[in-house]
Design a protein around this ligand. Structure first.
Ligand SMILES: [Mg+2]
Length: 370
């Protein structure tokens, strides 16, 4: 294969409003920001990647503003004139230049692999051995903070044939009250539900809440404790009938070694943005798979671009818990020419070359931060 050299790189910060306010334990979102990286090869092939941190720097310390500055000053020079078929070598060099910054590295690796797959005229999933599913189950995340509004929203999703599993975001109120609200919501909906704390509870909070949650329609407890408290997660897993899902606790392969050693979780939430790109996300997934931990397709509230990238990766894995790749439906607008397809309680994996999606340049310019 002849070399395909990077001729130019561009970045765009875009701010896309949400259809409704999204309340997490430590952030309230009215819009979501993205850093889009686009590279063009000498042959005119483009590759795109997206760096996403959900709701700002509270999650990982990264922000779109800091990522863009780091990219322009330290990473873009490494890409200039490089062969896109050397993604592994380029990513290793980037690791030598910049510690951490997983979401930015994910955008860069995604753009390189998108361009590689487009040059080969195959979907990106083909670079990972090919997909084992063309559509993946997708849950909806309930995060209005209000029981009645969450139930009404869930019912509309069920009626539309879009979602029949739900995740309830809690952690802003009293743990007992939050747990009771989640149980009442799950009971009213009549569908399986998980809850996600984003590290908001202490161990004492969690044991108190589990007294309410055990035996209810809530079946998965996602990241109740701070990410470093793996012994605490393991203790909760032993005490509860709910499955424990590691999200913030499982960002890297090193994290995954600890999660496995501590037996801290029976599910892991996989996201390219927290792992540092598709390759590392797949490495984490293989470790979890070998340890008998269920694989779940997580989201960092990715737009359609990041969602397509996660779909290209997740479709090659034996997921046990489906996905939560719902965010394109919560965004008030899409920056793709053709939106992703959600139907029959699943999201379809784009079948075209590369990521299988094309940016609408007019929309990109409309939502670009001025
Ligand atoms: Mg989570």
């Amino acid at each position: 294969m002849p070399a395909a050299l990077v001729r130019s790189v561009e970045t765009f910060i875009v701010d896309i409003p949400l259809r409704r306010v999204h309340k997490l334990s430590r952030a309230v979102l009215t819009h979501q920001s993205y850093l889009i990286v686009r590279l063009t090869t000498a042959d005119g092939v483009q590759g795109i990647g997206e760096a996403t941190v959900p709701g700002g720097p509270w999650w990982s310390g990264e922000s779109v503003e800091a990522m863009r500055a780091l990219f322009l000053n330290h990473i873009a020079p490494l890409l200039d004139g490089r062969d896109i078929f050397s993604a592994n070598a380029i990513m290793a060099e980037i690791d030598q230049v910049a510690y951490a910054n997983a979401a930015l590295k994910s955008a860069v690796e995604t753009a390189l692999l998108d361009a590689t797959a487009r040059t080969l005229s195959i979907p990106m999933s083909g670079l990972f051995g090919g997909r084992i599913a063309d559509a993946l189950p997708v849950l909806w995340v309930l995060a209005t903070g209000e029981l009645e509004a969450d139930v009404a929203e869930a019912q509309a999703k069920i009626d539309a044939g879009l979602h029949r599993r739900f995740k309830i975001k809690v952690g802003r109120g009293d743990p007992g009250d939050d747990a009771r609200r989640a149980v009442e919501t799950a009971s009213a909906i009549g569908c399986p539900c998980s809850i996600d704390l984003n590290e908001a509870w202490s161990f004492a909070d969690s044991t108190r809440a589990l007294a309410v949650l055990d035996g209810s329609g809530v079946d998965i407890l996602e990241q109740p404790l701070p990410r470093a408290d793996l012994p605490g997660l393991a203790d909760l897993a032993r005490r509860s009938s709910l499955a424990i899902m590691a999200d913030e606790s499982a960002c890297s392969t090193t994290d995954m070694i600890s999660v496995i050693r501590e037996r801290a979780a029976s599910y892991v939430s996989l996201k390219i943005s927290k792992a540092g790109g598709p390759s590392r996300m797949l490495a984490i997934a293989r470790m979890a798979q070998a340890a008998g931990i269920n694989l779940f397709g997580g989201t960092a509230l990715d737009s359609s671009i990041g969602t397509a990238a996660n779909l290209q990766c997740c479709s090659t894995l034996p997921l046990a818990g489906g996905t939560e790749l719902f965010m394109p439906l919560l965004l008030a607008d899409d920056i793709l020419e053709e939106p992703l397809i959600y139907r029959d309680f699943c999201v379809e994996v784009p079948s075209g070359v590369g990521l299988g999606v094309t940016i609408d340049d007019a929309k990109l310019r409309h939502y670009e931060r001025k």
